[in-house]
Design a protein around this ligand. Structure first.
Ligand code: ATP
Ligand code: MN
Length: 474
């Protein structure tokens, strides 16, 4: 234990964000963080200290003539990435780019960072390379900004719902409902499958941990619906698992999803909620994350600030699936995948609709029932369901939602046509037997939202530790 005054804790120490925003010139300051850069001039050494609290670092200036032997020795051990404690006085900065700087009087090297072996040198690294050092990449500008943005957006999600009376429900990660219809599932088992195979036996799942086959959840929706039918307005926000066997910049095997569910609501209510929600998140990013957004604008996706700003003030366009197909069929240049009524919209279709036809976010509704999950409400035409997908430029689908089928008989019929066993969903069906009511909800992929807001191209760079095909390191 280091010596510390009574009542002093690390968390009470001012971080650089606070120091820079308070600008209390003349005050004594000790700041701890990591050296981002060190630059020597004839009379002084400049160290930019970064502690992650904000994008900007604290400029620490060591006057060569006024520095003690000890400080000079510490400076010579200071390299990019070293952990430091710097003490000094906050002064107005003569240099452009920062209002205040630290006139440093002492320096302690808490942890050295050998320049010859540290993989993060000053030069810019590719995001591909950084994925191979996922334990160090949060120290870079891009991944650091993405991490702060992720935290801000999560906070904005909770704020949005809390302010509107929604309750946060924690749905389980492990589920025994085979086939929720949303994607390929990962199995969760404690059986020693190798040993069983070696013995040449068949797997007996009654001997498995749960006494039956279990999986990681592909969606919290079915569970959250039960709480919707009790608390009215609810949402879940947690990790979701899909064994997506495709290597794309928009799919992860483990991602986070936000799923609100509204009682006594129909599709138009759901669409309104989705639009208001997306706009709230964009507004939060623009108004509260200015520094990191300025970085994304400059280095990642020029024009993103203006684009997001225009989105939050315009009404989202609406289009039925049938009209969307007609729009796609009108296009002269062929798509890679030729669109037809009944086909699932591909990303190229989704992007064309939102980027070219509309020029902004677009909500497509009423998809053919064959394309969508069993729980979506059947329209009177008997062919389409009350589904809605929110499509945005650059990304394609960001939200998928629907009004739920609340009529018992129709729901059972839907299950049967999709080859599902209604008995396995007895508890879900009970919701339609006891006080059933129209309700609706949607799922927003948190990482897709982050790609949209930050302009970062690859979904693997907006989650700390991406899990995808052949990728589960760290
Ligand atoms: P897509 O067709 O783009 O794969 P989906 O139709 O399978 O998406 P839904 O089942 O509707 O998606 O899931 C709701 C939301 O979750 C999607 O709109 C998307 O934002 C997000 N999402 C779905 N799959 C993934 C994934 N593998 N990685 C990251 N986000 C995902
Ligand atoms: Mn999918």
């Amino acid at each position: 234990m280091t010596n510390r005054p009574a009542g002093w804790y690390y968390y009470a120490m001012k971080d650089i964000k606070t120091i820079l925003s308070e600008r209390s010139v003349g005050s004594a300051v000790t700041a701890k963080g990591w050296a981002r850069t060190k630059r020597d001039t004839k009379n002084a050494t400049f160290v930019e200290l970064y502690d992650g609290s904000c994008f900007t670092g604290l400029q620490c200036v060591f006057d060569a003539a006024a520095s003690t032997e000890g400080t000079l020795a510490a400076l010579s051990r200071t390299t990019t990435g070293a952990a430091l404690a710097v003490t000094g006085t906050l002064v107005d900065s003569p240099a452009a780019g920062q209002p205040v700087e630290l006139k440093a009087t002492s320096l302690e090297v808490i942890g050295e960072c050998p320049a010859d072996s540290y993989p993060l040198q000053k030069k810019a690294h590719s995001l591909e390379f950084l994925r191979e050092i996922a334990h160090l990449r949060p120290r870079t500008n891009t991944i650091g900004a993405a991490a702060r943005m992720r935290d801000e957006m999560a906070y904005a999600v909770h704020t949005f719902f809390h302010d509107r009376g929604f309750r946060y429900v924690h749905t389980p990660v492990i589920t025994a409902s085979d086939c929720e219809g949303a994607g390929e599932m990962f199995q969760a088992t404690t059986l020693d499958l190798d040993a069983i195979a070696k013995r040449g036996e068949a797997v007996d799942y009654s001997k498995d941990f749960f006494g039956k086959k279990a999986f990681l959840s592909v969606s919290g929706q079915l569970n959250v619906e039960t709480y919707c039918m009790a608390l009215g307005k609810v949402y879940t926000f947690g990790p979701t698992f899909r064994a997506e066997n495709s290597n794309t910049t928009r799919h992860l095997a483990e991602f986070w999803m936000i799923e609100p569910e509204l009682a006594f609501a129909e599709l138009p209510d759901d669409m309104e909620l989705a639009e208001e929600f997306v706009k709230h998140l964009l507004t939060w990013a623009l108004e509260r994350c200015g520094e990191d957004m300025a970085f994304f604008e400059k280095r990642v996706q020029p024009g993103i600030i203006e684009m997001l700003d225009s989105v939050r003030t315009k009404k989202f366009a609406h289009m039925s699936y049938t009209d969307a197909i007609a729009e796609l069929e009108k296009r002269k240049e062929p798509f890679e995948f030729k669109p037809f009524w009944g086909c699932d919209l591909q990303t190229e279709h989704e992007r064309y609709l939102s980027e070219t036809v509309i020029g902004g976010p677009l909500i497509v509704t009423d998809y053919p029932k064959e394309l969508k999950a069993f729980y979506m409400r059947l329209n009177d035409d008997g062919k389409t369901v009350r589904a809605m997908d929110v499509l945005v430029p650059r990304i394609g689908e960001i939200i998928g939602g629907s009004e739920r089928e609340y009529r018992y008989d129709v729901l059972v019929e839907n299950m049967k046509t999709k080859g599902l066993d209604p008995a396995a969903y007895w508890w879900y069906l009970d919701l339609r037997r006891f006080g059933s009511a129209p309700h609706a909800g949607f799922g927003l992929g948190f990482e897709r939202l982050l790609r949209y807001v930050t302009g970062i191209e690859n979904i693997r760079d907006v989650i700390p530790f991406p899990r995808a095909v052949k990728q589960a390191d760290f």
